[in-house]
Design a binder for this molecule. Structure first.
Ligand code: BGC
Length: 744
């Protein structure tokens, strides 16, 4: 009897499944999959950069042996190759056309780190939307961005490509980019999954060791946020994490991505990250690498050729199952259907969209909002109308059309760039001032100091000096890591020589990372940190310097005083011996001082733990006063409302970024000294007051716990029912009195 019930239940189940209407998209996928040969399936898993591969791409495409191409330039060429896939291959499956569209296509926006400094998600989303309009009009369907690797180490060159050191800020920014791209029909690819930014010593591709709870608390949330925003794809990372490279990491790629997060985003390798398993020392040879990658469900192989070369052999030998290949191909076809490529495979060759007036306005706004005013003794904004003034524009970054674009610019056209010198010359035509120009150094690494003397001669004739310093584009980005974070070349010497003239020097730093500019900033009358601002960097910076725009950027990453402090980030733990002030620095230790252990605390002999500029910091041309935050209840069961009044106490209308921080006082594990839980960028006219409101949920205060028993480890997410405090502040320091509350 029991047996009969079981069988009839099974039959009802089968009947139910058979009658359940299938999702039409999934039906199309299954239909196509059923017609594909094994070679065609493996072909779909192959992503090819034709500029690198010797084999004629045309033949491979016609044979259905390529699923995606990247780095193919121009709508005509893209259409030509697409026609081969659609019209000449047996099944006519269109190609996915990918590109590193990182911060703009032809029109280049500030580097992502600069976009992070805007703290303006709506602006970043709009920039991504306009970028996608441009890129898709050139035939690109798939952007290899956003990069949401949370980075604590400015030595790592790729710090330029992300949104800084905070998981929450990065999550908000990454999700905004995904929404922006995908609303215009360009798939986002959130990368690099995972832990890539934690490379030891800030050296690219290096080993990472990340405990599971830290991975889940800090490094994974931006990926989850981007996937929740709909990201259609995700990219493996190059690094090994705890001994296992991502392309072969089943825990990340299957347990987490598929089972826990229920994501159906396409998982693509990074460039050859599958075949890299051999030099990593994980795989015995490339065939073994292919086996490990497919077993970890790496779905598409970017330029590694391990799937094309070995998957069939592995299948014939019975080492893998066809169903493993099928599940990868399903993801690839799904993305092609979702992008509408089967209906619309071609791009209109006659209608490239670029430099539209709206885009120019958004780019200018992005430059203005990405620059951070770090110091100002009152010299800025320049008061150019009062009397005729002479401005010296100098420095190796003042007139560098290409360098101001920053890293990862394949399609941006330097000839369209407006440099600071060009912008000031333009303004001078209608303004009451004269511009002198002398670069001093001809590129950022220039050590030839002859030019500095020329700049000094000009400086003596000027009322104010605008010193555009920083790093050339090629000094940041992939594999561009630095062991020293100073201004390169003779730029520090040039700063000293300019300061020695007695004229006020405004330092404008155009770089791909925070640099250790403390000594120079101390001597400067003002410091504007501009990152690499892109095509229109000159216009936005000139607007800020002359007061047409008011700075509102805030640091998305902590600026260290010296490279030895790295990694230095705001949401660190307190330690059992927090640094006291003032600590006993190296020169204050008495000669022959005996060893002692009382009063020891956590700092370096050369510097306390304070950074040069904290996370979230940035000045304005006005001032803001923060009231004491109010909370709706002192006991948090589900959520509380936090509100705070902010008054613009200065004379300029301006934007302010109000930041909500919390601190858990004690608990199951040690928690950070503060954590960003919300931010709002609001416009406050001079003399007016505005209220910001945040809703803080219990889950916002949760974190990953871990219990170890014998050799088993269990992790879970929970909020401890303990005492907390919060504050609303212009940066991550405790500038207002914290308010206490308790979680029930
Ligand atoms: C980078 C990726 C990039 C890919 C394709 C790799 O070297 O790590 O971020 O998308 O190349 O150019």
């Amino acid at each position: 009897m029991k047996h009969r019930i079981a069988i009839s239940t099974l039959m009802v189940g089968v009947l139910f499944l058979a009658c359940t209407p299938k999702n039409p998209e999934e039906e199309k996928i299954e239909n196509l999959l059923s017609q594909m040969t094994i070679e065609e399936k493996i072909g779909q898993m192959n992503q090819l950069d034709p500029s690198w591969d010797a084999e004629p791409k045309e033949q491979l495409i016609k044979e259905g042996k390529v699923g995606s191409i990247f780095n193919v330039v121009g709508a005509k060429e893209i259409n030509r190759l697409q026609r081969m896939a659609v019209e000449e291959s047996r099944l006519g499956i269109p190609l996915l056309v990918a590109r590193d569209v990182i911060h703009g296509y032809e029109t280049i926006y500030p580097i992502p780190l600069g976009q992070g400094a805007t703290w303006n998600t709506a602006l970043v989303e709009r920039a991504a939307q306009l970028t996608a309009q441009e890129a898709t009009s050139f035939g690109i369907h798939w952007a290899f961005s956003p990069m949401v690797d949370v980075a604590h180490d400015p030595r790592w060159g790729r710090v330029a490509e992300g949104y800084g050191e905070d998981s929450y800020l990065t999550s908000r920014m990454g999700a905004a980019v995904v929404r922006g791209y995908q609303s215009e029909g360009m798939a986002a690819c959130v990368k690099h999954f995972a832990g890539y930014s934690v490379s030891e010593g800030g050296r690219d591709y290096n080993t990472t060791w990340i405990p599971e709870v830290q991975l889940r608390d800090i490094y994974l949330p931006p990926f989850k946020a981007a996937l929740d925003a709909g990201a259609m794809s995700i990219m493996c990372s190059f690094n090994d994490m705890n001994g296992l490279p991502s392309s072969a990491n089943h825990h990340l790629n299957v347990d987490l991505l598929r089972t826990e997060w229920h994501s159906d985003a396409l998982l693509v390798s990074d460039w050859g990250s599958g075949s890299d398993l051999v030099p990593h020392g994980l795989a015995a040879n490339k065939k073994d690498a292919a086996l490990r990658c497919i077993n970890a469900r790496m779905e598409m192989d970017m330029q590694g050729n391990i799937y094309t070369d070995y998957l069939k052999e592995l299948l014939d030998e019975g080492k893998i199952k066809e169903s493993q290949i099928d599940e990868c191909v399903r993801s690839i076809l799904r993305m092609k259907f979702r992008l509408g490529l089967f209906e619309n495979p071609y791009v209109d060759e006659e209608n490239p969209k670029k430099y539209t007036p709206e885009e120019i306005a958004i780019v200018d706004q992005a430059v203005e909002e990405s620059a951070i005013l770090l110091k100002n003794d009152g010299v800025l904004p320049l008061t150019l109308d009062k009397k005729q003034q002479t401005i010296l524009v100098c420095g190796p970054m003042a007139d560098q059309k290409k360098e101001q674009l920053g890293t990862w610019v394949f399609d941006g056209k330097p000839e369209y760039s407006v440099t600071p010198l060009m912008a000031f010359n333009e303004l001078a035509q209608s303004g009451n001032f004269k511009v002198l120009y002398e670069p001093g150094l001809s590129f950022s690494r220039d050590k030839n100091s002859k030019g500095i003397n020329k700049a000094v001669t000009q400086a003596k004739k000027a009322d104010v000096i605008l010193y555009f310093c920083g790093e050339e584009a090629i000094l940041s980005g992939e594999a561009r890591c630095r062991a020293n974070l100073n201004l390169p070349g003779a730029q520090c010497e040039m700063m000293d020589a300019l300061v020695a003239t007695g004229k006020p020097v405004v330092m404008i730093v155009m770089a791909g990372r925070p640099l250790t500019i403390g000594a120079q900033a101390e001597k400067a009358a003002a410091v504007l940190y501009a990152f690499h601002g892109g095509t229109r960097a000159g216009v936005g910076l000139a607007n800020l310097i002359t007061g047409k725009a008011v700075p509102s950027g805030k640091t998305p990453i902590t600026f260290p005083k010296m490279v030895g402090q790295v990694p230095l980030y705001y949401n660190r733990h307190n330690t059992g011996r927090p640094s006291y002030a003032p600590p006993m620095l190296i020169d204050s230790i008495p000669i022959g001082c005996p060893q002692f252990s009382i009063g020891q605390s956590s700092y370096w002999l050369e510097t306390p733990t304070e950074p040069l500029y904290p996370f979230g910091f940035g000045l304005s041309y006005t001032t803001f006063e923060y009231g004491e935050p109010q909370i709706s209840q002192t006991e948090l069961a589900d959520s509380i409302i936090v509100s705070c009044e902010i008054t613009n106490t200065g004379s300029k209308d301006a934007f302010e970024v109000a930041q909500l921080y919390t601190h858990q006082l004690y608990g199951d594990l040690v928690r950070p000294i503060c954590e960003l839980k919300g931010f709002q960028k609001i416009f406050i006219p001079a003399g007016e007051k505005k209220e910001v409101q945040f809703t803080l949920h219990k889950s916002d205060l949760g974190y990953w716990h871990e219990q170890k028993h014998n050799c088993e480890s269990r992790v879970w997410f929970a909020t401890d029912p303990v005492d907390f405090e919060l504050w609303v502040s212009p940066d991550s320091r405790r500038l207002t009195k914290p308010i206490a509350f308790k979680v029930k």
